[in-house]
Design a protein around this ligand. Structure first.
Ligand code: C2E
Ligand code: CA
Ligand code: CA
Length: 724
């Protein structure tokens, strides 16, 4: 993008420069036109003036000559008087008369010998004007106007002497501030007068003096061209290209004697005025170009800024300054390689931080997590709320994930320590052909598996996990229908009084009869706990138990105490107990025959007030047991505060009983003191049973006495009065 803008600016600048140059050329050609127009005007005016002057000079001479011939004046004094008596004739300095021998007499009495060049003056009958020559009398450049006259039998030449200055004065003054010249040249191309030099040199002399030998040839060629032009047409312009300097030239035939005026100005001196105009206009154009450049740079910068802002809005998370999911997707390609890991991370129950401590603390925690991820990830983004994602390259992925979890486990913010659990789903990328969507999906699968899992808060996606998830998916897709088709059935496992070995009750355990296959609860209960279907199932099982008890009641048989498992999920639901009450009332079952088993791990949870719930249960009349005791961390003193009837010692202690009895002994002793009954779970042999009897454990549940049995079978094994 920036590259494009630079090119655009460069092109813009070049166009501006070309435009300025074109403008300069235009100005220059306009200036040239002006120069030629001026030169032409000067030449025209000068030609006119000089022509008139020469005509009037000639008229004076012609008038005297006519007079002399008409009156055949022979006295030279009289002839001189013809000139002297008229002041308008005094444009000439003096008058002279030359006789046939070439002797000259002037009006002021000078006698000169012109015999050597006399022929020149006798050649023509019309008025002749000489080229500038040095006066033989004064140190001056002069021209001689001459006219042959015939008086009686002799011929004389009348001569009027004109100082060259007269021509000079006729030229326009100060051409181009004195930098220009005007030349008057005769038919032979020789200079008659120039506008600014007092004494004349021939063209050749001037060139010899001022022009280097290398340039001379060139200059002569140019001058020849000028002469040719003068022959061809009466007036025109041309540029003479000398080596050091070019000249603008305007030439014009003055219309008499085939003489011409040539006005010349050197290119550079004339240029000065134009140059200053060009300089000013160029500087102005430059200034404008610069201003528009600065303006466009400013606009471009503003645009860039705006685009950056838009980009940030679209791609950057304001709170954590990480990219968002769009940013991640746009840039993912470069990170998708074998050996790279993709993670999805979130904070378990993040909502609670916001609700309990306010959004500021919530935000701070998110920033902390973002910073932690920045350290570990090659690229991290904030997806949504408390969900982050990123790419990690490491050889020890488990270690890296554990380190992230560890770093975030406890955060001290503003003097308060916040405890939190992360949940991470990780997908090891297999090849660079995988799409980011696919990668995200796989990581989400692993993340889903880790969600709510206190024991293993991170999962790295693998084939086994995939299979497991497929199975879970299959279970989830079938569960609703299974319930409608009554595929969930109740098995009962007897509970036996340790001393009397009489069955006094049973635990209701669910089984899933899927066609001919019985699916054990471990394959579906954890899934139902995650998707909350357990809520439905627990109630369903209670109803089935109540139906069985009602049937037994109707048969007038005594009733056992049936334990039903109540999931942790229930406890978090307000007023869940009402549904339980409704069911026992529906089947008119006395609540004392129902024992609710709450697993020990539920005791630790802060999500609900367990003590209160148990009190309510007791108030209704249910029996309450703590299941799987010993697997959690609840102390016996905590149990004391809970109004429970029974604790069920977890199978793990029973399995170990033959090696070590201390734990069970302790539990039994203390519970006895607290007035709580004990049930040993998973008793499989007589040895265990005997130990438990010795220790004083109240009752036993285990394969040693009975496996969980289908209802019909179970009831069959029970003697009519065994519960009395
Ligand atoms: P639990 O509540 O601890 O149930 C006792 C489990 O131990 C039962 O497994 C039972 O068959 C097994 N068991 C009892 N005696 C022995 C023995 O001597 N040896 C061995 N190896 N096992 C013994 P089951 O029926 O597979 O149930 C597993 C778990 O599923 C239960 O553990 C309970 O947590 C859950 N569950 C079963 N039915 C329900 C239900 O209706 N609702 C809820 N929420 N959970 C249920
Ligand atoms: Ca149980
Ligand atoms: Ca148990």
């Amino acid at each position: 993008m920036k590259h494009k803008q630079t090119i655009f600016l460069a092109i813009f600048f070049i166009i501006m420069l070309v435009a300025i140059m074109a403008y300069e050329l235009f100005l220059y050609s306009q200036a040239e036109k002006n120069i030629y127009a001026n030169l032409q005007e000067i030449a025209k005016q000068d030609a006119q003036k000089i022509k008139l002057a020469i005509q009037s000079h000639e008229n004076i001479l012609l008038a005297i000559a006519q007079e002399v011939e008409r009156y055949q004046i022979q006295e030279k004094e009289k002839i001189f008087a013809l000139w002297e008596d008229y002041p308008q004739n005094h444009v000439f300095t003096r008058m002279a008369i030359m006789d046939e021998k070439g002797n000259i007499v002037t009006n002021d009495g000078k006698v000169l010998d012109f015999s050597e060049e006399k022929e020149k003056f006798w050649a023509s009958d019309t008025v002749e004007i000489t080229e500038p020559r040095k006066s033989k009398i004064e140190n001056k450049q002069i021209h001689i106007y001459s006219k042959k006259v015939k008086v009686v039998n002799t011929e004389w030449v009348l001569m009027l002497v004109l100082e060259n200055e007269n021509y000079q004065q006729m030229f326009s003054e100060n051409i181009f501030e004195g930098k220009g010249h005007t030349y008057l040249q005769n038919e032979d191309g020789n200079i008659m007068a120039t506008s600014n030099t007092n004494y004349l040199k021939s063209k050749e002399e001037e060139i010899e003096e001022n022009v280097s030998p290398q340039e001379r040839k060139h200059l002569y060629q140019e001058l020849e061209k000028l002469q040719e032009n003068l022959q061809k047409q009466k007036n025109g312009n041309m540029k003479i290209k000398a080596i050091q300097q070019n000249y603008y030239v305007s030439y014009r035939n003055i219309g008499i004697h085939n003489w011409s005026i040539i006005s010349v100005v050197p290119e550079n001196t004339i240029g000065e005025g134009i140059y200053s105009i060009i300089m000013v206009s160029t500087s102005l154009a430059f200034f404008i170009a610069l201003c528009s450049m600065i303006a466009s740079i400013y606009i471009v910068q503003q645009n860039n800024k705006k685009q950056k802002q838009l980009y940030e809005l679209a791609y950057i998370d304001i709170l954590t300054k990480l990219g968002n999911i769009h940013f991640l997707k746009e840039n993912a390609k470069q990170y998708i390689n074998k050996g790279m890991y993709f993670i999805i991370v979130d904070i378990e129950k993040f909502k609670i931080f916001n609700e309990q401590y306010g959004f500021q603390v919530g935000d701070q925690i998110l920033i902390e997590l973002a910073n932690t991820l920045k350290q570990e990830c090659i690229m991290a983004c904030r997806w949504v709320n408390d969900v982050f994602a990123g790419f990690i390259k490491t050889k020890q992925m488990s270690n890296t994930l554990e380190s992230i979890i560890r770093k975030m486990r406890e955060k001290c913010l503003g003097g308060h320590v916040y405890k939190m659990n992360l949940c991470i789903g990780c997908y090891p990328i297999q090849s660079n052909t995988e799409t980011i969507e696919y990668i995200i999906n796989q990581a989400l699968i692993a993340h889903k598996q880790a969600k709510g899992n206190v024991v293993q808060p991170y999962y790295i996606y693998n084939e086994q996990l995939k299979q497991q998830l497929l199975k879970e998916h299959e279970i989830e897709s079938k569960m609703e229908e299974a319930m409608q088709k009554e595929q969930f059935i109740v098995y009962y496992q007897a509970k036996v009084n340790t001393k009397t070995q009489i069955v006094y009750g049973a635990e209701a355990l669910v089984r899933w009869q899927d066609n001919n296959r019985i699916i054990p609860p471990k394959d579906f209960i954890p899934i139902f706990e995650k998707n909350h279907f357990i809520l439905k199932l627990d109630v369903y099982i209670l109803e089935k138990v109540c139906q069985d008890l009602q049937k037994r009641k109707q048969e007038n048989k005594s009733l056992p105490i049936i334990s039903v498992n109540i999931s942790r999920e229930h406890l978090a639901i307000e007023n869940f107990l009402q549904e339980y009450i409704n069911i026992i009332q529906k089947y008119a079952i006395d609540p004392q025959y129902i024992e609710l088993e709450i697993t020990e791990s539920a005791v630790e949870s802060q999500n609900y007030a367990l003590g209160k719930i148990i009190q309510q249960m007791k108030k209704v009349g249910f029996q309450v047991a703590i299941d799987d005791f010993g697997t959690g961390y609840s102390s016996l003193s905590v149990l004391q505060s809970l109004a429970i009837d029974t604790i069920k010692i977890d199978k793990a202690f029973i399995d170990n009983l033959e090696q070590d009895t201390t734990m069970v002994e302790m539990i039994v002793n203390i519970t006895k003191k607290l007035g709580i009954k004990t049930v040993a779970e998973g008793v499989e042999n007589k040895k265990q049973r005997d130990i438990l009897l010795n220790l004083g454990c109240d009752s036993i549940q285990g394969y040693y006495y009975a496996k969980p049995l289908p209802a019909e079978e179970f009831w069959k094994t029970i003697k009519h009065d065994s519960f009395q």
